[in-house]
Design a protein around this ligand. Structure first.
Ligand SMILES: [Fe+2]
Ligand SMILES: [Fe+2]
Length: 264
């Protein structure tokens, strides 16, 4: 089984690059399943029901989230219908049980879950290891072959630590949230891992946000709106290969496609 994971999709630029590349990437990489992080899809913060449905129509199978899960209030009105959405287990605002999905494909059964780190993430109710131990306990009756964790966290160390400690259970640990793709993809004791899968969003930006506005906010201490950058986008993701017989990952590959004018 081959899974394409798409990093945080940020605003319109991110949505546009995903919709324009998705079909060709699915064909080129022969992906059986596509999972995307959609926590920034609606103007940088959260997701709307309309965008959720657009993602599914484009071929994304499951959407994971992050600290911005509840930024668009309407999400709570549609939560029951959004059965392909996976929200962080340890988000302080979580009120539904859709923090995991049991996915069955080609004889492989795995649980997709979403966990927040708690270093520099104010929306987290507990640290990631404590949260995952609770998820393991609450889903153990499902007896999955392994867990696929979107680990939505700020710091590099807490993500690597998580993969090292839980590699017997979490066979795939993909970092999200920083929007900057790291070059450390590896199989760690049987666990396909990357510290951060990166983002799909405007290339000329500060992690997806408008550069001038971010300078106004951080350097000049000016009040600003949260403006998402526009323009040609970078696409980031990873491809994970799971052996159908051993039901363990055999490879993880980074995908990063920059706008034509920014390619070497
Ligand atoms: Fe994000
Ligand atoms: Fe985030």
């Amino acid at each position: 089984m081959r899974i394409l994971f798409i990093g945080d999709i940020v605003g319109k630029s991110g949505r546009d690059i995903v919709s324009s590349l998705l079909y060709s990437l699915k064909e080129r990489y022969k992906a059986d399943l596509i999972i995307a992080n959609g926590e920034n899809a609606a103007h940088g913060k959260g997701i709307t029901y309309k965008i959720y449905k657009q993602f599914l129509a484009q071929g994304i199978d499951y959407i994971t989230m992050g600290n911005h899960t509840y930024s668009k209030a309407e999400i709570n009105d549609h939560m029951a219908e959004m059965d392909k959405l996976v929200v962080p287990y340890n988000h302080i605002k979580r009120s539904s049980d859709n923090y995991y999905k049991l996915i069955e494909f080609g004889g492989i059964r795995f649980i997709l879950t979403n966990i927040l780190g708690n270093i520099l993430i104010g929306e987290s109710s507990m640290d990631a290891p404590s949260a995952f131990i609770e998820v393991l306990e609450q889903t153990k009756n499902l007896k999955p072959d392994f867990y696929f964790v979107d680990l939505h966290a700020e710091t590099t160390a807490e993500k690597r630590l998580f993969a090292e400690y839980f590699c017997d259970y979490a066979k795939v640990v993909i970092g999200t949230h920083t929007h900057v793709q790291t070059a450390d993809e590896a199989i760690i004791n049987g666990c396909a891992f990357i510290t951060d899968s990166g983002m799909c969003g405007a290339y000329d930006s500060i992690i997806g946000r408008d550069v001038d506005e971010t300078i106004q906010f951080h350097i000049n201490k000016q009040p600003t709106r949260y403006t998402i950058a526009e323009g040609p986008a970078i696409f980031c993701g990873v491809l994970i290969d799971i052996d159908d017989k051993t039901k363990t990952p055999v490879s993880i590959e980074r995908i990063q496609i920059r706008p034509k004018e920014n390619q070497d």
